[in-house]
Write a protein that binds this ligand. Structure first.
Ligand code: ITT
Length: 194
């Protein structure tokens, strides 16, 4: 079993990653190691932010480490909120406020096409860095549906599940088609090939 640190403070992400990686991996969080400070996230791209989070914790712990940065890219809004998805409605991580703002901004548009985009950075114990990417295509609903998942899931209709939001599908169904599921499976396949 490989012990690997997931550089995230988001419990939803942690649960998903542990499920996707399965029993060969012991996925630990910064909180499990008593690290509770805010990890800096000041990059201009998903890749930079993801690298920054992984590097910060790799330097601090020496453990093999991965981080995920995810953005929701809405076509009618020119790709916004993108890297600003977590703080779209202002500082903090208020998903309800973020969804309300996004629904309001989209009222004037017919085009509701959007995608979740994830970049995962893996840093091995020896410092080697590798990137993995995953995209989930879909559209933004007109209102919230369901209570599963986290973040923007109640207003995201993945193309793979017509008529249901990502908060209305099972965890297994979400992981099978999600941005993060794809990126983390690519990472697991690469690790296995080594
Ligand atoms: P860490 O940086 O600690 O990993 P975070 O929640 O700040 O956690 P991001 O910077 O990647 O993560 O923020 C992405 C935003 O998009 C944030 O508001 C999340 O709630 C949301 N998000 C990320 N993955 C999502 C998913 O699978 N479904 C719905 N919303 C998601």
């Amino acid at each position: 079993m490989m012990k690997i640190l997931f550089a995230t403070a988001n419990k939803g992400k942690l649960t998903e990653a542990a499920e996707v990686l399965g029993p060969d991996y012991d996925v630990v969080s910064p909180a499990d190691l008593g690290i509770t400070e805010d990890i800096p996230e000041t990059g201009a791209t998903l890749q930079e932010n993801s690298l920054q989070k992984a590097q910060y914790l790799h330097e601090k712990t020496g453990l093999p480490c991965f981080a995920d940065d995810t953005g929701l890219e809405v076509d009618a809004l020119g790709g916004a909120p993108g890297i600003y998805s977590a703080r779209y409605a202002g500082p903090g991580h208020d998903s309800q406020a973020n969804m309300i703002k996004l629904l309001k901004e989209l009222e004037q548009f017919n085009d509701r096409r959007a995608r979740f985009h994830t970049v995962v950075t893996l840093i091995l114990a020896d410092g080697q860095v590798h990137f993995f990417e995953g995209v989930c295509e879909g559209s933004i609903a007109h209102e919230k549906h369901g209570t599963g998942g986290f973040g923007y899931d109640p207003i995201f209709l993945a193309d793979a599940y017509p008529g249901r939001s990502l908060a209305e599908v099972s965890k297994e169904e979400k992981n099978a088609v999600s941005h993060r599921g794809k990126a983390i499976r690519a990472m697991a396949a690469w690790l296995k090939s080594q």
